[in-house]
Design a protein around this ligand. Sequence first.
Ligand SMILES: Cc1cc2nc3c(=O)[nH]c(=O)nc-3n(C[C@H](O)[C@H](O)[C@H](O)COP(=O)(O)OP(=O)(O)OC[C@H]3O[C@@H](n4cnc5c(N)ncnc54)[C@H](O)[C@@H]3O)c2cc1C
Length: 338
Amino acid sequence: MQNEHWDVIIIGGGVAGLSAALILARARRSVLVLDAHEPRNRFAPHMHGVLSRDGYSPLDLVADGYREVRAVDGVIENARVLRTRRIDGGFEVETDTGARATARRLIVATGTRDRLPDIPGLADAWGRGVVACPYCDGYEAAGRAIGVLAGSVAGLHKAHMLRSYSANITVFTALAGPIPETDRLVLEERGVRFEHCAVTHVVTDGDSVTGLGLADGTTTPIDVVFAEPAPVALDEPLRQLGAERTETPFGSWTAVDAFGRTSVEGVWAVGNSSSPAALVPIAAGSGATAALALNGEFVAVDVAAATARVDAARAGGSSDADRGLGDATAFSLSAERR
Ligand SMILES: Cc1cc2nc3c(=O)[nH]c(=O)nc-3n(C[C@H](O)[C@H](O)[C@H](O)COP(=O)(O)OP(=O)(O)OC[C@H]3O[C@@H](n4cnc5c(N)ncnc54)[C@H](O)[C@@H]3O)c2cc1C
């Protein structure tokens, strides 16, 4: 890990980072993936909406990805990157084990973690009876008693989305604050109930959620809770490099172009690192998209260097590429494309 100047270091080996790694390793680039191995959806036993893997375990998907990347000579190490910095010719990263590695390019695929409301029992059931995403877990909640733990007025929209799965929906509003009358009336018109008393705890029968306990001492029977956790970007590697940010509905996030390029030349962000709402197939797609574009830049570097050598030979002089400026060409090429 320490002796090689890699073509690409990928920080984070979830679906986004591994998808990028697979493409780049198959393109015969030297790839090092450094992964703390805590994918966001590790709390869920099954994932959904993932073609050909519906109901598959998220951790098994990552294990498959490790095998596939290693089979084409990608290198994966379990380590957490603590520091990133720009050096001549690329970037250096340092891990929690004190190891250092350098590369021409960096892909950051560190994702996000979810900050849940501080309600006893909520975190224990996270990914099973307490979930967040109707597209991931709505189908399994069909016909059941659904509780929407709204964290904001905007979060009421989840109740509208879930209405196609169940007629038995209660919105718990205490965390969201006052609900505008029109929002309440429209939801009630669609058969959704409201509970304004504060939720104090999640009630379970050991394995499954059975209700939400309230401050007035009562319990509302609930089978599945749809919460509204705040996504927290695990973006320290990008912040250390000074990547520009942009405002999103989820707060300030790293800004990227359509291919995943950040404002820092040579640094890319994919998956939840660039889009906190990206589900598994979208995160995988963004990793693959970035890998194709990044490999295209490498090819452009080689073509530019060869062209410069041909031009120099014709003119009888030495080329920029011969003086080691090949990668500078790549950076200016990518800047022109932005
Ligand atoms: C409970 C739950 C259930 C979900 N269910 C579904 C579902 O059914 N279907 C679906 O499509 N989506 C689902 N999702 C969304 C899914 O989790 C994301 O789409 C997916 O994880 C994004 O992939 P990623 O590669 O961007 O990030 P992640 O999968 O989170 O991978 C990021 C990786 O980077 C590592 N990392 C972070 N920081 C560092 C660092 N400094 N150094 C090294 N490594 C680092 C992490 O440990 C992790 O291994 C669910 C999410 C949650 C929370």
